[in-house]
Design a protein. Structure first.
Length: 117
């Protein structure tokens, strides 16, 4: 049996800037961390338009750098700049759009499908 102290030996800090530099291309997500088996923190580069989709759970977008908008079906788009976040409620069709490369942290359930339900 491991103790809490022994578990801490294996922890390392995650460098978001290094993870950004290692991303292979637009819209290819990389999971940075898992929290309590219920939450995943993912990183993605946005560039261009992602397909319209929806999820059966909420999805949090935190703009790391750049600027992008989240288009929402039947609603005004939400523009995010570095340091701003927005939660797309479950069931709302949406798509992120970035005119130039931007990076986003996504906070969602680990089983969330990138292209939605």
């Amino acid at each position: 049996m491991t103790t809490h102290h022994e578990d801490l030996r294996h922890l390392t800090a995650v460098s978001v800037p290094h993870a950004v530099a290692a991303l292979p291309g637009p819209f290819q997500q990389h999971t940075l961390a898992r929290v309590n088996d219920t939450t995943a923190v993912r990183l993605a580069r946005l560039e261009g338009s992602f397909p319209w989709h929806h999820h059966d759970e909420d999805e949090l977008f935190l703009c790391w750098d750049g600027t992008f908008r989240i288009e929402l079906e039947g609603r005004d788009p939400v523009v995010l700049r570095a340091g701003e976040l927005f939660v797309v409620p479950r069931g709302i069709r949406h798509r992120p759009v970035a005119e130039e490369a931007a990076h986003v942290l996504l906070v969602e359930h680990p089983d969330t499908k990138q292209y939605g339900s």
